[in-house]
Design a protein around this ligand. Sequence first.
Ligand code: ATP
Length: 238
Amino acid sequence: MLLEVRDIHVHYGKIAALKGISLDVADGEIVALIGANGAGKSTTLKTISGLRPLSGGQIVFDGQDISKLAGHKRVRLGIGQAPEGRGIFPGMTVQENLLMGAYARKGSVSRELATVYELFPRLAERKSQYGGTMSGGEQQMLTIGRALMTNPKVLLLDEPSMGLAPMLVAQIFEIIKEINSRGTTVLLVEQNAHQALQLAHRAYVLETGRIFKSAAASELLHDPEVRAAYLGGDLGVS
Ligand code: ATP
């Protein structure tokens, strides 16, 4: 198992956001986390990348207990995160933003840069444009591209489809599929449950800080409870 999350508990002050989440991600998989607003999806990703401390439980990555490891050291081990809300540097060019993503790496990053430009030709076209002047979809691409600059073993994606037009959502999901087929494992948080379940191999459904259900994504797409709660009844599934 590449990533093992074991019974993690996370608090914001006195509020328990995660109340014992356990999940596994195998090498090569795309795993989705779905669930309502506030269920704890983003917190789970932030805890794996080291942005939130654990108040209980354990995270094991590539056989190593990383529960107490600083975030930048987790990046070096191969955990790459594309945060929610983009978080690019608006006053830097596209290329400078990408190079910032590689700050934790030693040595040349020309191969990573070439890969990102191959996956996102739009970023190559716009490499000298300021990040802040890119469209919402382009900024989303930049966020994912920046996370790829560390050549991660697992890519953590927080709501990559947020605020994007349907055509662009389809495009971003295609690119995620391509990133995965080139060997990067993906753990994806999505509001857009229907698209996420079509892309992922497996998924976990979160409800108020706990895992409510987990199964093969194709199974969850046809699960009556999941359909009623997250896929808009019968309307969501083709
Ligand atoms: P969404 O889909 O709305 O982003 P989510 O499933 O990602 O939701 P989280 O953002 O992980 O949910 O939030 C889990 C719980 O923790 C929520 O009750 C939320 O209000 C709380 N929470 C998140 N961030 C903070 C914070 N910085 N301070 C206090 N409470 C927080």
